[in-house]
Write a protein that binds this ligand. Sequence first.
Ligand code: PMP
Ligand code: GLU
Length: 409
Amino acid sequence: MFLYLLPHNFIMTFLSQRINSLSESATLKMTKLGRELAAKGINVISLSIGEPDFNTPEHVKEAAKKALDENYTRYSPVPGYPELRQAIVNKLKRENNLDYDISQIVVSTGAKQSLSNVILTLINPGDEVIIPTPYWVSYSEMVVLAEGKSVFIDTDIESNFKITPAQLEAAITPKTKLFMFSSPCNPTGSVYSKDELAALVEVFERYPNVFILSDEIYEHINFVDKHESIAQFNSIKERVIVVNGFSKAFAMTGWRLGYIAASKEIAAANDKMQGQTTSGTCSIAQRAGIAAYDQGLETVLEMKKAFARRRQLVYDLLNDIPGVKTNLPDGAFYFFPEISSFFGKKDANGTEIKDSADLALYLLNEGHVATVGGDSFGNNNYIRLSYAASDEALTEALRRIKEALSKLV
Ligand code: PMP
Ligand code: GLU
């Protein structure tokens, strides 16, 4: 028998254009590099992945154990168990004052899949998707997968990383199909107020062919106000797709549970997409999700208290680093400081820091702190730090960052 061993480079030529056009997720890449360094026995502090450092609440874990005992181990309906979709409908009414029917809810393997489903069900090749920068790393890559075209609206630290209605209107063309954003925002923590959303809605009212993808996964981590959803504006609600999930609010990142709330037509299209790709998400995670939504927000509020304390801690420590400029984010658990003053400087080996990805790699190799370069979020002059870590880890990480940056000349 002949055994053909194909050389690695040869196999690479068989990969599809689709996968070749896709960039690797920078959040996951930096986290992987951090883990690899840690596996060599190096004490790495990870501020790269956005994941609560808390455990999933006990009552949620109990519900999962019960689900196993009760044999919830078979295929679930593709859009999720009706009881979970009803719990989501109740949550949207109770917490967001939004009216939906269970036929408008599709549960998925995480907000990430929901975002991807929506883009793949709405975007034709060449359709334009407006995305304010900075944006969460996967937004623009999901548009690449759908062969759409991302149209970016740039924001910076001076505008508190928020767009104006005039900027939105200027970006809309006859090819615009979708506007997508997160509030609270990953990576900046910026939160749009009800008035700011209302001003954007006035623009959307003039463009009835534009859909709005509203990623609200950080809704409970908001330090300024109560969460405002853009779906509350009835004039555009039919065109809004709310994406949310359990990862951040209930420290359930590994369970893979998210959902959309949208018009019946969009929901049916997402159901069809999942029916041919993943089917319904994990049955046990779904039963746990029911317990999470039905038993209140006590644990979320506890987490938020810790995040509020850490936000102040990191803000003070960042302000103490020469060359770093930051704002005080209103929500989520990230800082997105400006670090471009270090570009052009060199490390001890004479290697130049040319961009934010170089700086993130330098901080990992020199300071043993994992962060993510802002270039992957669409703004190269920044880096992202997640403060979902203990106070001690954050204090030590910021000390290391300060020391490493002071060595650049
Ligand atoms: N949207 C944003 C803005 C996020 O930060 C994340 C975190 N990974 C997701 C979506 C995806 O979350 P999930 O774990 O539910 O897939
Ligand atoms: N949303 C998290 C982050 O931004 C998780 C990692 C990912 O899925 O990209 O770090």
